[in-house]
Ligand binder design. Sequence first.
Ligand SMILES: C[S@@+](CC[C@H](N)C(=O)[O-])C[C@H]1O[C@@H](n2cnc3c(N)ncnc32)[C@H](O)[C@@H]1O
Length: 220
Amino acid sequence: MKKTQNTTEKQIKSKERVARHGEVFTAEREIKAMCDLVKNESERIDSRILEPACGEGPFLQEMLRRKLQTVKNRYRRSPHDFELYSIVALSSLYGVELLEDNAQICRDNLFNIWNQAYSEFGDQKLQVKQSARYMVETNILCGDALTLKQHDGKPIVFAEWSLLPNGVMLRKDFELSEMLEQKNQSNQHGLFPSGDSYEPAPISLYRPIEYWRVYECQRR
Ligand SMILES: C[S@@+](CC[C@H](N)C(=O)[O-])C[C@H]1O[C@@H](n2cnc3c(N)ncnc32)[C@H](O)[C@@H]1O
């Protein structure tokens, strides 16, 4: 079993990183207590969660464990449904982190938690794993949560993943700045547009594709 990297037990990596980036990780007890404050959402398979300044992603990890527990409880008798809904759970978690090393650890941590759960359910398929890897690479971005820009100066863009019938996923990309503008204007809680008055337009639309090969998804 591959262990997730967890510096959170130590809470700091170096004094220099604390001084330069305010990098102090949240302790496990606080993470669990804070997730309990939104217990229903933390256990709902498709609730979309963003951890800005995610570090190694401790909140996202806890959310993923809870969502996967829901998937196990509901679909333990069906490896196919477990596979599908575990991917939906993973696809709903988003992070922004300033430092690339942290962002990469966060992606690896989420993938490893998902992969550990997946390994308990029958045959493991390479394409499903590639899709899971693709989703964490797409959803956990290295950038600045204050300027809403990536390191290369391009805007932070998140993919909205929606499950359609027959295990097909639809991807639409939105700029984070637009989503936050929309959230301010309509005072809604969700991360992505939900039919309220002001709806940002997606900047990219993709062809619908089966959940087990989303890594092949292509723009329309
Ligand atoms: C206090 S730590 C918290 C990390 C994690 N969320 C946790 O609770 O353990 C803050 C993190 O934010 C990152 N960070 C600092 N400024 C940031 C910014 N403007 N945008 C995105 N991430 C930032 C740091 O690199 C660090 O990993």
